[in-house]
Design a protein around this ligand. Structure first.
Ligand code: FAD
Ligand code: SF4
Length: 508
């Protein structure tokens, strides 16, 4: 009896659990480009194009390996509107009575598959280094789920950057060496760009025709779309940028969107690269003396630590996580996130780069767009929808904990011990944005006062009951309380006026 083997657009791994369970002679692999997946949020056109192009290439790879693949293209009138509809159609065509699927990384899709009038057997997604059940065991009984403790456990378990049971270099974490600003450098290596082949060009035309109103520029498109390209991108990053990764990890430059970042998240999230192979390759660069330990540790921590940790949080927390709103924020996402011009140079640069490249690095996402949304009291569900839409690497399991937990502190402190909020001083220290801004980062009040300065104190003041006893925030409240009363009143009044204009949709 034929069974249907479902392969989703982010499950493009040769050793996927559903494919391992398949009998190539009897079973039928189902892959489908459906409108629902392209529109449940308005995904960036480059993200849709990447997933469709990578799916088409992976389907061919499966056929070459001897699998029978039923592939439905978006422009085929027979193609149904959703994954569920496509599974039912294939079941009817073949008489299949069971679907085998690797568990999706999206609660919406899990619910849709569970609701089908066709049994779906989920297999664990074992492409992660920490299985969801192990994460749940680690989390059990802990008051706080701190990434740092999880990360150390993962280092011990995998042996990555370990020497005789101790962390390499005598320290678990070299972050103190990794918080430097960066200067423009014409010789800084650029990420590898892949020119679209005929197959990718056909997908670009399709996306252009079908999703004309989605925010974001489709071209130029340079992302790796198959494993061979992803491996080239990895080689290039390890050789050219990894040595500087640590030093430049937190820096931001108006004219350099990539600095020394890897641009590997989309390849890893779609399954073209495995997290362990990426970590091992980076470790080898250090062991063979080609990259310093602070860079390699910083890079491995992002994958072995953060990536695995947020996946564990997502799996543990269930679908309600996406509705968390621990600070009770309710404002609408300001139109500047969708491209309304703003005089704030940092936000303008981060949003323009997001529109053009479907990419911003971690500190831009956390300390510019995320920080501003949090300070402005935006509903975390709207912030979540934005991040899920606009980035090339955005999938619910990784995006939601980063946005709702880390960036918006909406999960009641499950993921972070304090909110990531800052005044303009942090952005000024870590970037060159403020030099080209209409606002003055040193002004605390007045017509040119940097909005981050106003909103930072407004945030602390309005959430005093929640945070004033947080040991990591006591100092901030002391500083605020030491300011003269007339100054504090003026800050709050100007912040209110700014928020009034922002939330009325006026340009700021
Ligand atoms: C609000 C917000 C939303 C985010 N949404 C996503 C998302 O949808 N998808 C996504 O993959 N990452 C997300 N991140 C994490 C991070 O910003 C991206 O992984 C990173 O910018 C990808 O670019 P890169 O490959 O050049 O990463 P690099 O800076 O070069 O880091 C190397 C790798 O580490 C991993 N990594 C780094 N930080 C994180 C993190 N916090 N969580 C998980 N993995 C991490 C990624 O796989 C990345 O490729 C988000 C962060 C924030 C603050
Ligand atoms: S002055 Fe303020 S708004 Fe302008 S770039 Fe600096 S931090 Fe951003």
């Amino acid at each position: 009896m034929t069974r249907l083997i479902l392969v989703l657009g982010d499950q493009l791994s040769d050793d996927l659990s559903a494919l391992r369970a398949a009998d190539p002679a009897a079973d039928l692999v189902v892959m489908a480009e459906v409108m629902e997946e392209g529109t449940y949020v308005p995904h960036h056109p480059q993200k849709i194009a990447l997933i469709l192009a990578a799916m088409r290439k992976f389907a061919r790879r499966l056929q070459e390996r001897g699998f029978r693949v039923a592939y439905s293209q978006l422009d085929d009138p027979e193609t149904g509107p959703s994954i569920g509809a496509e599974l039912l159609r294939r079941a009817e065509e073949t008489g299949a009575r069971e679907v085998i699927a690797t568990r999706p990384g999206d609660w919406r899709l899990i619910a849709a598959l569970e609701a089908l009038p066709l049994p779906v057997r989920f297999l664990p997604d074992d492409r992660f280094l920490c299985p969801a059940e192990e994460f749940a065991r680690w989390a059990e009984g802990r008051k706080q789920l701190r990434m740092e403790w999880f990360y150390r456990e993962m280092r011990r378990r995998t042996g990555l950057l370990m020497e005789g049971g101790e962390p390499a270099g005598g320290k678990w974490n070299f972050d103190a060496e990794n918080r430097k600003p960066a200067a423009p450098d014409l010789l800084r290596p650029r990420p590898l760009r892949f020119e679209p082949d005929a197959e990718v060009r056909a997908v670009l035309d399709l996306v252009e025709a079908r999703f004309p109103r989605h925010f974001g520029r489709l071209r130029p498109f340079h992302w790796p779309t198959d494993r061979a390209e992803a491996l080239l991108a990895l080689d290039h990053f390890l050789r050219e940028s990894l040595p500087r990764f640590g030093d430049e990890q937190d820096a931001m430059l108006a004219d350099d969107p990539f600095l020394s970042h890897a641009l590997l998240s989309s390849s890893m999230n779609l399954g073209l690269l495995g997290p362990m192979e990426v970590c091992r390759r980076a470790e080898t660069e250090w062991r063979e003396g080609r990259a310093p330990l602070n860079a390699v540790e910083g890079f491995i921590r992002q994958i072995l630590g953060w990536r695995e940790y947020v996946r564990g949080i997502w799996a543990l927390s269930g679908p309600d996580y996406m509705r968390s709103n621990g600070l009770g924020h309710s404002a609408a996402l300001p139109p500047l996130y969708w491209g309304q011009p703003t005089q704030m140079a940092c936000l303008s640069a981060a949003v323009a780069q997001t529109r053009d490249l479907a990419y911003a690095h971690h500190i831009q996402r956390l300390m510019v767009t995320g920080n501003f949304a949090l300070l402005a009291g935006v509903d975390p569900a709207e912030v979540h929808e934005w991040y899920l839409s606009v980035y090339i690497d955005a999938l619910e399991w990784v995006e939601a904990p980063n946005t709702i937990g880390m960036s918006q502190f909406a999960d009641h402190g499950l993921l972070g011990s304090k909110p990531y909020v800052s005044s303009g001083a942090y952005i000024d220290r870590m970037s060159d944005y403020c030099r080209g801004c209409a606002y003055a980062v040193k002004d605390r009040t007045g017509p040119r006062a940097c909005p981050f300065n106003l909103l930072y104190w407004h945030f602390l003041d309005r959430h005093r009951a929640r945070f004033e006893r947080n040991p990591r925030m006591v100092q901030m409240y002391r500083t605020w309380d030491r300011m003269e009363e007339p100054h504090r009143t003026r800050v709050l009044t100007e912040a209110e006026a700014f928020l009034g204009r922002l939330h009325a949709g006026e340009p700021v």
